[in-house]
Design a binder for this molecule. Sequence first.
Ligand code: ZN
Ligand code: ZN
Ligand code: ZN
Ligand code: ZN
Length: 101
Amino acid sequence: MEFPDLGKHCSEKTCKQLDFLPVKCDACKQDFCKDHFTYAAHKCPFAFQKIFTYRCSKEGCKKKEMLQMACAQCHSNFCIQHRHPLDHSCRHGSRPTVKAG
Ligand SMILES: [Zn+2]
Ligand SMILES: [Zn+2]
Ligand SMILES: [Zn+2]
Ligand SMILES: [Zn+2]
């Protein structure tokens, strides 16, 4: 009988400790202990791809954010300044009964 995945060894060369709840780095996809899962702690070579990865969807805005801030109504991603439906002229807002014709 096998015990699948009874912990993993931290991928940090100087550490290698067995951790039962390893944290997978979402940038380099390696497993790390709680001390080394941050990008800085294992000097993640792919971290730069993950930082400022969420671009604002508003036309003309080039801002990027580290956090995803999706509009609750149109589900597009925006920067802090444009995350509010009014600030990106959200098209999917539920309008109060405006009927043409
Ligand atoms: Zn470690
Ligand atoms: Zn990493
Ligand atoms: Zn923006
Ligand atoms: Zn929106």
